[in-house]
Write a protein that binds this ligand. Structure first.
Ligand code: PFF
Ligand code: NA
Length: 445
């Protein structure tokens, strides 16, 4: 069915492009700030290595063996109860849901690239006013940039795996690494750097609540793009001789490194020029621009570069969030790629409008239920519930449903002695851990 395939490097870049996203540069630093630093980072790292890495291999394997869209891959690989297992493939919907707020945030970033060319806020208070004015009263600006983000993403995915997604990642991923690397090196020369290191790596266990634990695990899934079939869909276009374990290693390694580099750099700037680690989603949109202002002449330059890097990270993840459902409609309904891309794009663009409205004064009242508005609900339900649930389904599917001989044939030569521990962890450790996390998320334990 599929003619275009990734090259091996292209796949690693695309999968890393999926993983490295707003989660690393926007979300990880602010939740680290919120949950008190070191101990949170440690729990997150342990989850990434023990659970994330195992599930990443499992998810790649389903795509690699199935070779089709997520629904068909589940269906074909299940020896029986195909109708039940194919539901696992509908996890791909989570990607479209995530896009509802993801595209809006990319829009904010576009806006900040443009405004930072000539303006930076002179204080944290001013920065806060600038951000909240956009958020609460500037519907049209947000809609304009959200639409731009929709148009760009839809254009790239309609070009297909090879000349759309692979090409985008070939340019944007190296550029992103150069920009962040350069800014990181600058950060290491500043006095604030050692404070940032302490903040991120000195665990303060008194700050670890069960909520911090759940958030750390949920974030490990979100940041590695696990549980919704993004990595699975990419792996369906792998060349036969690809090494899944090596690819998974690189993706996990790059994602983790970039999260830590970005975190250290941001906290350095905040200690050096700002008011220390800030909390909440405003970290990169409020505290950071004010810190860039204090840098003086280089400030605008750094700010623009930083937001460009952030946009690159977000766009390379976005294409992986929409591709699974696009693939589904192409494979199962025979839609053209253009029709499928436009339809999926329209879906998140349209609901994205409500994500914007749920922050706007005058309409937000109608779009808030309980403590969260529509925007926050979508974020919460996808990251905290759908992705861990998807991870659980995938672990059980590879651990118990696909015949072990098929799993072993592909994975054992690549993992060698670690094959048995991996299979064991997939069957027992991961499901139990995921189950506990989900119960506590739902407030049951
Ligand atoms: N991993 C992306 C991030 O860290 O921003 C978000 C994401 C992309 C989540 C793709 C899930 C996914 F399938
Ligand atoms: Na990530």
């Amino acid at each position: 069915m599929k003619l275009a395939r990734f090259s091996r490097l292209g796949f690693i870049l695309a999968a890393a492009g999926s993983a490295v996203g707003l989660g690393n540069i926007w979300k990880f630093p602010y939740i680290t700030g919120e949950y008190g630093g070191g101990a949170f980072v440690l729990i997150y790292l342990i989850t990434v290595l023990l659970i994330g890495f195992s599930i990443m291999i499992a998810e790649m394997l389903i795509g690699y063996l199935g070779r089709r869209d997520t629904v068909t891959s589940f269906e074909e690989l299940a020896p029986r109860n195909k109708h039940i297992w194919k539901l696992g493939g509908f996890q791909a919907l989570a990607g479209l849901f995530i896009m509802i707020f993801y595209s809006v945030v990319i829009g904010w970033i576009f806006n900040y690239i443009i405004t930072s060319l000539s303006y930076l806020p002179a204080s944290v208070e001013e920065a806060e006013t600038t951000f909240t004015t956009m958020l609460h009263s500037n519907f049209w600006i947000q809609l304009f940039y959200h639409t731009l983000s929709f148009a760009f993403i839809t254009y790239v995915v309609h070009k297909g795996i090879k000349s759309g997604i692979e090409k985008l990642n070939y340019y944007l991923m190296p550029a992103l690494m150069v920009i962040l690397g350069g800014m990181f090196i600058y950060a290491t020369t500043l006095g604030g750097f050692s404070k940032a290191v302490d903040f991120m790596f000195m665990p303060d266990w008194s700050k670890v609540t069960s909520e911090a634990f759940v958030v750390a695990v949920g974030h490990a899934f979100f940041t590695l793009s696990l549980g919704m079939g993004a990595i699975m869909t990419y792996a369906a276009s792998l060349p036969k001789d690809a090494n899944l374990v090596k690819s998974a290693f690189w993706v996990v390694f790059l994602d983790t490194t970039i999260a830590i580099v970005a975190g250290l750099m941001l906290f350095t700037f905040l200690y050096q020029y700002g008011s220390g680690p800030a909390k909440g989603p405003g970290l990169v949109f409020i505290s950071l621009p004010a810190a860039f202002y204090e840098m003086g002449i280089l400030g605008n330059f750094f700010a623009v570069l930083f937001f460009i890097a952030l946009a690159f990270a977000g766009l390379t993840s976005s294409v992986s969030l929409v591709e699974p459902m696009i693939q589904y409609f192409i494979d199962r309904f025979g839609w053209s790629r253009l029709k499928s891309s436009l339809s999926m794009g329209f879906f998140f663009w349209f609901l994205g409008i409500f994500a914007i409205l749920s922050n706007i004064d005058g309409t937000k009242e109608f779009l808030t239920w309980g403590s969260k508005n529509f925007f926050d609900w979508v974020d919460y339900v996808t990251a905290a519930i759908m992705l861990p649930l998807g991870g659980l389904i995938m672990a059980v599917f590879v651990g118990f449903v696909i015949p072990e001989s098929e799993v072993e044939k592909v994975v054992k030569p690549q993992l060698k002695w670690a094959y048995k521990p991996w299979y064991f962890s997939l069957r027992y450790l991961t499901p139990v851990a995921m189950f506990v996390v989900m119960l506590s998320l739902m407030g049951i334990i």
